[in-house]
Design a protein. Structure first.
Lengths: 196, 137
């Protein structure tokens, strides 16, 4: 009887992992496509596709909150904002010098090697006894039911246990919007003054 | 940008109400299902931006002017901070929602609902503000 229940779980786990690997492969291909893209609009669209696939990856790694945010913000909203920016800036930039391209490539390679090297020290995905899971996470999981009594532990941490952080986060978003408003309205004022 | 596409123009009026409904669903069910105020705000802003992309900016600027959006954003943060002040009045720590109601758990529920509302309002307003500022040129 126990085996009967265990087999579907194992199969679905493997299917999850297979789909995750396919999505990760598509992400790598998207990055390679991004390197050879010629125009700004093309790059923005490819980056949007990359966001979509990393969102799918988050979904397979059991993080629907992050997946939702990434898809809505990275794939949809930022693409629209960037496309508007292209309308302002213009499609064609100046072609960079060869020395700058070589310098940037070397910098990228150094980053890739450093980050890959550092990633060997990270705990494996889903390990129970990593330092991250043993202290605070355990407390939250055990006490959410009695303290707050809502099913979504993420919402409990975000809104109640870490209320100060979320307050600061919301204020940062407000300040970012106001900063964009101030910068752009000052530009518009100076342009009007020049015209007058 | 997308004003020439007739199919989009026909389809989008059917889609936008469902996007807004989905945003409201996520906002109200933040305690039960994945998502919360932030996600709901972003999805709501997405609906407005989709309308703006296809039908032009005039109506978005008419009903959601820059002043309105800034007021909404500040109001969201004010709701959040005000929820914390309620617990200060009841002689508890700032942002401790248990003080809002007689029952501690019920107080937590009300507090989480209120602050999610504040977060959603701010995020929707600010995302819309940044988009409409950059598209004005």
């Amino acid at each position: 009887m126990q085996d009967f229940f265990e087999i579907p779980f194992k199969i679905s786990f493997q299917v999850d992992e297979l789909l995750l690997s396919i999505a990760a492969l598509v992400m790598v291909i998207t990055c390679l496509r991004l390197i050879v893209s010629k125009s700004l609009t093309e790059s923005i669209i490819v980056m949007s596709v990359f966001s979509l696939f990393i969102g799918i990856c988050y979904l397979f790694m059991d993080a629907p909150d992050v997946a939702m945010t990434e898809t809505a913000l990275g794939a949809c909203l930022s693409t629209c904002v960037l496309l508007n920016l292209v309308k302002i800036v213009g499609e064609e930039g100046e072609t960079p010098q060869r020395s700058k391209i070589i310098f940037a490539s070397i910098l990228c390679l150094v980053f890739i090697v450093t980050l890959s090297w550092a990633s060997f020290d990270l705990p494996l995905f889903g390990t129970e006894d990593s330092p991250l899971q043993t202290h605070l996470t355990k407390y939250y999981l055990e006490n959410t039911r009695t303290d707050i009594a809502i099913p979504s532990v993420v919402a409990a941490i975000l809104a109640s246990y870490r209320g100060y952080d979320t307050l600061g986060e919301t204020t940062v978003i407000l300040i970012a919007g106001l900063a964009v408003l101030v910068i752009l309205s000052r530009k518009k004022q100076s342009r009007e003054r020049k015209n007058a | 940008m997308l004003k020439e596409f007739k199919v989009l123009k026909l389809l989008l009026p059917f889609l936008i109400p469902y996007i807004i409904l989905y945003a409201i669903y996520i906002q109200l069910n933040g305690e039960v299902s994945p998502g919360g105020g932030f996600q709901a705000g972003v999805i709501f802003a997405t609906a407005l931006i989709a309308y703006d992309l296809v039908f032009g900016q005039d109506k978005l600027h008419k009903y959601f002017s820059v002043n309105t959006l800034v007021i909404c954003g500040v109001l969201g943060v004010a709701i959040y901070a005000g929820t914390g002040v309620i617990s200060l009045i009841h002689d508890e720590a700032y942002l401790n929602y248990s003080a809002i109601s007689h029952d501690a758990i019920h107080g937590q529920h009300v507090g989480i609902f209120l602050i999610e509302l504040g977060v959603g309002l701010t995020v929707a307003a600010i995302m819309c503000l940044i988009y409409s500022l950059l598209s004005e040129e």
